[in-house]
Design a protein around this ligand. Structure first.
Ligand SMILES: Nc1ncnc2c1ncn2[C@@H]1O[C@H](COP(=O)(O)OP(=O)(O)OP(=O)(O)O)[C@@H](O)[C@H]1O
Length: 228
């Protein structure tokens, strides 16, 4: 039987802007271990809003979110932050690497925050992630010495450091040229196919979406039922 690692029940979200605007309505979705799922839809349909809720970064919504069988409702902010850091890796459109730290130190940060391993072990793990992403030779550089594609590879290494249950990405190839987009997308495919990593990626790129295992199509804050 498939192991559910993320599930939502009737999630809705409104902004007061200045009157109430509903941007997500009755979102019910399930994600099983090892799935590579893309989320697509027109600009403004609610993809990022949904991803921020699923990644627990936004906790202000109606309905329920379960991660690894645990309901996020009623949890304190430190409890949610701990679950997020332990179970979810996130890759943004912009890398958000810290220029005052080296590439290696940037990758180490989420693991230092988690506190599960000693510093030496974290350094070793971070180095291994950089090796896996073909970035080891840049370990001691500062992020501003790297190209856009290289920075995004470091951001993926950082998302992987705590061996998350799921990696989420909000347009992770959106800020890259065609060649680097392809390289970064191939990394996600490889993670899914060779390591069974569960992935949930928002993308505008229909060609990429078609290569994932399942596509969630959104329209006006709702998930469209698959046509097949
Ligand atoms: N803080 C906010 N206050 C008010 N409305 C907001 C806020 N954030 C997002 N919205 C609105 O919510 C809707 C969904 O936005 P969201 O960013 O989730 O869309 P998206 O599908 O990710 O779009 P894009 O593909 O352009 O990134 C949009 O109409 C947007 O204007």
């Amino acid at each position: 039987m498939k192991e559910l690692i993320l599930q939502t029940s009737h999630i809705s979200k409104s902004f007061r802007d200045p009157v109430d605007v509903t941007v997500l309505s009755d979102i019910n979705l399930q994600l099983s271990r090892g799935e590579f799922v893309s989320v697509t839809g027109k600009s403004g349909c609610g993809k990022s809003t949904l991803l921020y809720i699923l990644s627990t970064m936004d906790t202000d919504y109606d309905g329920e979110l379960y991660i690894d069988g645990v309901c996020m409702k009623g949890k304190s902010e430190p409890q949610v932050a701990r679950i997020r850091n332990e179970k979810i890796g996130f890759v943004f459109q912009f890398h958000y690497l810290l220029n005052e730290f080296s590439v290696l130190q940037n990758v180490m940060l989420p693991a230092l925050r988690l506190g599960r391993w000693e510093a030496d072990e974290i350094r070793q793990r971070a180095y291994e992630k950089l090796v896996a992403l073909d970035m080891a030779e840049h370990a001691q550089k500062k992020p501003n010495q790297l190209s856009g594609g290289q920075k995004q590879r470091v951001a993926i290494a950082r998302a992987m450091i705590n061996d998350p249950l799921i990696i989420m990405g909000d347009e992770p190839t959106g800020n890259l040229d065609k060649r680097n987009s392809e390289i970064v997308f191939e990394i996600f495919l490889e993670l899914a196919q060779q390591q069974g990593q569960t992935l949930l990626i928002v993308t505008h790129d229909q060609q990429f979406a078609r290569r994932t295992g399942r596509t969630i199509q959104m329209e006006d804050g709702r998930i469209l039922e698959p046509l097949y």
